[in-house]
Design a protein around this ligand. Structure first.
Ligand SMILES: Nc1ncnc2c1ncn2[C@@H]1O[C@H](COP(=O)(O)OP(=O)(O)OP(=O)(O)O)[C@@H](O)[C@H]1O
Ligand SMILES: [Mg+2]
Length: 259
C-alpha cells in the first residue's frame, strides 16, 4: 500500500471536517476520492501531503509517517492543488526549471526530464511562451508536468479538470491512464465528473460530511446501490448533499447518528 490512512479525524475549531476516515491505496492504481462540496477531500489531500496535521489518527505514504517524516513523504509525492498559483511572466520551460531546482532534481537529468514532460503534455512547442499567454487547459497540463519533475511514486491531483472543456478533460484522463500504465505512477485524484472518473479510476472512496461512506471498485459501488452509473450511485449515497454547508456545524451529530 502506498497510502495508508487510519482512523483519521481533523477538526477546525468546533467543526469536524473529517471523522475517523480509513482507506488504503495500493501501488499503481488510479484512486478517485469523491464527495460533494465541503465533504473533506481537499482536507484529506492536505494531510496526505503534510500541509495539514491530522487531529488524530495515522497517515503513512510509502511507509513514512506524515507527522514524523514530512520530508520523506514529500519526496515521494507530486501534487497539483485545486487553486494553483503561477508566475505568469515566466515561460513554460523557465517555470519547469524553477521547480526542478526547488525539488532538487539532479542537474544531469534536469533538462532531459523537462523536455520529456513538456512533450508528454503537448507543451514542447510552446516551451518559450510566457504562461500569461496559455489557456486554462495548457496551464493545467503544465502544473501536472511540473508535479512529475522529481519522478514521484504518487501523483495527487485535486480537481485536475476544473474549468476544462470536454476535449481537454478527455485528453487529461488519457494522460492520467498513461501515467499509470506506462510510468507505474499511483494517482490519487478528486473530481466532480462522475462519468469520467468511472472510466479512469480503479478504486473509489466517497466521503460525505467528513465520513467515508463507500470504498470499492466503481463496479462494486454501482452494484451495491443497484445503480447503472456511478453518478446514480453517488447521488443515492449522498442524497442530502445540497443543504447549506454552514448549517452543518450544528447538525453534524444529527446527520452522523443513525436515524
Ligand atoms: N482552514 C480551514 N478552516 C476552517 N474550516 C475549514 C478549513 N479548511 C476546510 N474547512 C472546512 O472543512 C470542510 C471540508 O472542506 P474541504 O475543502 O476539505 O472540502 P472539499 O471536499 O475539498 O470540497 P470542494 O469539493 O468544494 O473542494 C468544509 O466544511 C470547510 O469549510
Ligand atoms: Mg476541495
Amino acid at each position: 500500500m502506498i497510502v495508508d490512512v487510519r482512523e483519521v479525524s481533523r477538526r477546525f475549531g468546533k467543526h469536524s471536517a473529517l471523522k475517523d476516515v480509513s482507506f488504503q491505496i495500493p501501488e499503481g492504481v488510479v484512486f478517485g476520492l469523491l464527495g460533494p462540496n465541503g465533504a473533506g477531500k481537499t482536507t484529506t489531500i492536505k494531510m496526505i501531503t503534510t500541509l495539514l496535521q491530522p487531529t488524530s489518527g495515522l497517515i503513512k505514504v510509502g511507509g513514512r509517517d506524515v507527522t514524523k517524516d514530512p520530508t520523506g513523504v514529500r519526496k515521494q509525492i507530486g501534487v497539483v492543488f485545486q487553486d494553483p498559483s503561477h508566475d505568469e511572466q515566466l515561460t513554460a520551460v523557465e517555470n519547469m526549471r524553477l521547480h526542478a531546482r526547488l525539488y532538487r532534481v539532479n542537474s544531469n537529468v534536469r533538462e532531459s526530464r523537462i523536455e520529456e514532460l513538456l512533450r508528454m503534455f503537448d507543451l514542447w512547442d510552446r516551451r518559450d511562451s510566457k504562461l500569461k499567454t496559455f489557456s486554462g487547459g495548457m496551464k493545467r497540463r503544465l502544473e501536472i508536468a511540473r508535479g512529475l519533475l522529481h519522478t514521484p511514486r504518487l501523483l495527487i491531483l485535486d480537481e485536475p479538470t476544473l474549468g476544462l472543456d470536454p476535449q481537454m478533460r478527455h485528453q487529461l484522463w488519457s494522460q492520467v491512464r498513461a501515467l499509470r500504465d506506462k510510468e507505474g505512477v499511483t494517482v490519487l485524484l478528486t473530481t466532480h465528473y462522475m462519468s469520467e472518473v468511472e472510466r479512469v479510476a480503479d478504486l473509489i472512496a466517497i466521503i460525505h460530511h467528513g465520513i467515508l461512506i463507500s470504498h470499492n471498485t466503481p463496479e462494486h459501488i454501482k452494484a451495491g446501490c443497484n445503480a447503472t452509473s456511478l453518478e446514480e450511485a453517488f447521488m443515492s449515497l449522498t442524497s442530502e448533499s445540497h443543504e447549506d454547508p454552514s448549517s452543518r456545524i450544528e447538525t453534524t451529530s444529527a446527520i452522523t447518528s443513525p436515524v
